[in-house]
Ligand binder design. Structure first.
Ligand SMILES: C[S@@+](CC[C@H](N)C(=O)[O-])C[C@H]1O[C@@H](n2cnc3c(N)ncnc32)[C@H](O)[C@@H]1O
Length: 203
């Protein structure tokens, strides 16, 4: 095992990840995400949200109790962490093969996950997100982006368990290949981040 692999195992531990995301300004990032999430259930009292790579399922808190929330994550360690009283359906699975039927989700969320996905899994994960989303549903994509010229950003990326950071343009272009983009928000909280809301492209 290389030093990088060992570091990756440590920093991907759910407890360490919680600490790391707090350090990276999690609550300030959520201030951008929350209004977008709130819009998805404003007129939909009961629905289904699928959180791809949901981790500790912190995002569960953003949707009403009446909504069904699936967190799909390959890391079985997160099963032991319950961040909220709201019901959580946890499935161990991979972003490139979601264990859910077509057209089953009102919302698909992918938050801080794409930088964990290599170039074979990342495009497949978007195809899967599109497949499980109902027509008219919402895809919410958020991640920190790669910026070569920011030295502290490069240092944080070295310490991250995800080894595939991409530029904002690369991420937006990949989403646009599978979805119709409704809005893109770019902001800076330690890392530069991109938040994209999109609808499934007509099939
Ligand atoms: C930085 S954490 C983000 C967790 C959560 N989305 C959040 O924002 O709190 C990245 C998550 O992606 C998950 N992940 C890594 N590879 C994955 C894959 N191939 N498919 C789905 N999830 C994956 C990890 O297990 C981890 O829980």
């Amino acid at each position: 095992m290389t030093l990088r692999d060992a570091l990756g195992t440590l920093v991907s531990h759910p407890a360490v990840n919680e600490f790391q995301t707090r350090l990276l300004g999690r609550s300030r990032v959520e201030a951008h995400l929350r209004p977008v999430a709130t819009l998805t259930f404003a007129h939909v009292p009961v629905g289904t949200v699928v959180d791809i790579g949901g981790g500790t399922a912190r995002s569960r808190a953003m949707w009403p109790t009446e909504w069904t929330y699936y967190s799909i994550d390959p890391d079985a360690r997160v099963l032991k962490v319950e961040p909220t009283e709201k019901p959580i359906e946890r499935l161990v699975g991979d972003a490139s093969a979601l264990p859910l039927p077509d057209n089953s989700a009102d919302v698909v969320l992918m938050q801080c996950v794409s930088h964990h996905l290599d170039d074979s899994v990342w495009p497949a994960s978007l195809i899967e997100a599109n497949r499980v989303l109902k027509p008219g549903g919402s895809f919410i994509f958020l991640d920190a982006v790669w910026r070569k010229r920011r030295w502290f950003s490069r240092v944080f990326w070295k310490l991250d368990a995800g080894h595939y950071p991409r530029t904002s343009g690369e991420l937006e272009m990949a989403v646009a290949k599978e979805f119709q983009i409704v809005e893109t928000d770019r902001f800076n909280v330690v890392h530069h981040s991109i938040l994209v809301t999109a609808r499934p492209a007509p099939r």
